[in-house]
Design a protein around this ligand. Structure first.
Ligand SMILES: [Zn+2]
Length: 91
């Protein structure tokens, strides 16, 4: 399993909820966080996050599967999203 080390610190991509976003999901390279807006359909959030991971960050393809960091580790979703992910039948 390759390590995930942009710069010197081992970090993996995290997802955090945020208010006042101009888009559904925004990549923050300084914090290694994808911020997602509250109150958006979970399906749309997952699609946006997946696009950022795969297209912008070169993460492994994960259509229909769990989201993955560019090192291959699973990206954990915020608890706030999880109940609705299950309800939506995604992941
Ligand atoms: Zn990683």
């Amino acid at each position: 399993m390759p390590l995930c080390i942009p710069g010197e610190t081992a970090v993996c991509i995290h997802i955090s909820m945020a208010d006042d976003l101009s888009r559904i999901a925004v990549w923050d390279p300084d914090e290694v966080i994808i911020r997602v807006a509250r109150g958006i359909q979970v399906r749309d959030v997952l699609r946006e996050v997946r696009d950022i991971l795969m297209i912008d960050l070169g993460a492994p393809a994960s259509r229909g599967g769990p989201l993955r960091c560019f090192c291959g580790m699973r990206v954990e979703l915020p608890c706030e999203l999880l109940p609705r992910v299950v309800a939506a039948g995604v992941g």
